[in-house]
Write a protein that binds this ligand. Structure first.
Ligand code: SAH
Ligand code: SF4
Ligand code: F3S
Length: 474
């Protein structure tokens, strides 16, 4: 192994980027790069970017400016790479717009990072000759990305993401993902299983299967047959040690009856479903090319609730899509009222270069977008608060993930992704417990431990996640 160098990765955007950042870190660890949590002492800084909305995409340029300034003040030489969806979408443009970028690398080329970084290093200070790699290579990057070490898994905690599907063929008219991540590709089932087994052996208890369109998953199984997400979930739930499974993000069109039945049959499948709907207006849904109407969404919600009565929903919404009228927006508010969400993300429509909606007539003025987003967020916030308040007095299962802010505190995650602060020994990190919810605030819930694996078994061994707790508490 070569000399030790320090790596700082900053991710923006979705969970796919969080997962990719880990894989980039694992790849570069083999080249002697050790992760640091500050850009100041890093030899290599990677900005792992998001292109989904204009604001997100512009962030990379302010970050690059800040880095440049800090480098000048400290008289420091650092290598800077731009990865992620802005890298894919803008490529060489980034080198033109920002100074000091050595490497631009798209999401499908992360397995080439060691080679690309070495190349960039050889070019040394000649910043104008920055390298750009945004091809969609024929080989599957996952075949070449090394798996994480046990230490890396422990540092990341007992809940892990696993990418099972990447890219999107849906082409919603507002969205850049089909262009930045490319066509839908599913990883083969045995490779995903191997990865989950490895994670579980290192102590991971919860996996979230991720993909831009995860319920369209159709990877090959060991016999060369196409397997769907339901089969994959069943296989993963059987892996010893795995107690919880989640999947995100789903498209309503791909919520088939088999997958809905899995919510009834598999206790390990958490009763929480993120199902973006974007709008409650059939006119707008059609213009968005979402390929379904509000009636189908209601039907799915009803079926999922029948299969798993304690399930909670979350969703994504866009307000101010071109042509959206007050009446269309009223339909969105009506849909939210009818369904009731435990949590949600909502955005003002942002026009994205190269997408069909960018050229549509009837772009909605900023003022109307602002008014609508305020009204929608007030309703969604009220629903979230009502959901959380209804948890007071209930005993919820939690996975204890990490230490809290104060000594003696632990943070657990409920089935509904709520953070629950409890008091307990650090050795309980990585185990499942029950917590009686006592208090509810906007940030988290506070509860009391009412037993759990750690307390029942009192394992003699040290928690595998203590390394992480020490770091976080320092
Ligand atoms: N694959 C997922 C979501 C991908 S992007 C799905 O099909 O729903 C995450 C969210 O960003 C989207 O659900 C949408 O609400 C929002 N989003 C995407 N493009 C956007 C745009 N141009 N303007 C505003 N919000 C957008
Ligand atoms: Fe984007 Fe639509 Fe694909 Fe989701 S389904 S990633 S919103 S194009
Ligand atoms: Fe952003 Fe790319 Fe994810 S555009 S939301 S980082 S897939």
């Amino acid at each position: 192994m070569s000399e030790t160098r320090k790596l700082y990765v900053r991710s923006f955007g979705c969970q796919m980027n969080v997962y990719d950042a880990q894989r980039m870190t694992d790849t570069l660890a083999k080249e002697g790069y050790v992760e640091t949590d500050s850009p100041d002492d890093a030899d290599l800084v990677i900005l792992n970017t998001c292109h989904i909305r204009e604001k997100a995409a512009e962030k990379v340029y302010s970050e690059l400016g800040r880095l440049k300034k800090a480098q000048e003040v400290a008289g420091r030489q650092q290598m800077v790479a731009v990865a992620g969806c802005v890298a894919q979408a803008e490529g060489a443009e980034i080198l033109k717009r920002a100074r000091g970028v050595d490497l631009v690398v798209g999401p499908q080329s992360y397995h080439k990072l060691p080679e690309l970084v070495a190349d960039a290093q050889r070019r040394g200070g000649n910043r104008r000759a920055g390298i750009v790699e945004t091809e969609f290579p024929v080989e599957d990057k996952f075949d070449f990305l090394p798996p994480p070490t046990r230490a890396a898994i422990n540092k990341r905690g007992p809940a892990a993401f696993v990418t099972v599907q990447e890219g999107c063929d849906k082409f919603c008219t507002f969205c850049v993902v089909p262009y930045t991540r490319g066509a839908e590709v599913s990883r083969p089932l045995p490779k995903i299983l191997d990865e989950v087994i490895r994670l579980a052996e290192a102590g991971v208890r919860e996996v979230t299967l991720i993909g831009q369109n995860v319920n369209a998953y159709h990877g090959l199984d060991a016999a060369g047959r196409s397997a769907n997400l339901t089969e994959l979930i069943h296989r993963i739930a059987e892996v010893p040690g795995i107690a919880r499974v989640r999947y995100t993000t789903s498209h309503p069109r791909d919520m088939d009856d088999e997958l809905i039945a899995a919510h009834r049959d598999l206790p390990a499948l958490m009763p929480y479903l993120h199902l973006p709907v974007q709008s409650g207006s059939n006119r707008v849904l059609a213009a968005m090319n979402r390929k379904h109407d509000r009636e189908l969404f209601f039907e799915i919600v009803a079926k999922v609730r029948a299969a798993r009565p304690d399930i909670a929903f979350s969703s994504d919404f866009i307000v101010g899509f071109p042509g959206e009228t007050d009446a269309d927006f009223a339909d969105t508010m009506d849909l939210v009222e009818r369904v009731g969400f435990a949590s949600a993300f909502s955005f003002k429509y942002s026009s994205r270069p190269g997408t069909p909606a960018a050229g549509m007539e009837g772009q909605v003025p900023e003022q109307a977008k602002s008014e609508r987003i305020h009204a929608l967020q007030a309703l969604l916030d009220a629903q979230k608060t009502a959901f959380d308040v209804a948890c007071r007095g209930r005993v919820l299962d939690i996975l204890i993930e990490k230490p809290g802010r104060f000594p003696g505190q632990l943070i657990g995650r409920s089935p509904y992704l709520q953070s629950i602060v409890v008091e307990g020994p650090r050795e309980a990190i990585g185990t499942l417990a029950q917590a009686l919810v006592r208090e509810v605030s906007t940030k988290n819930l506070t509860g009391e431990l009412r037993g759990g694996e750690f307390f029942n078994e009192r394992p003699a061994r040290e928690s595998r996640f203590i390394g992480q707790s020490e770091k976080l508490e320092a």
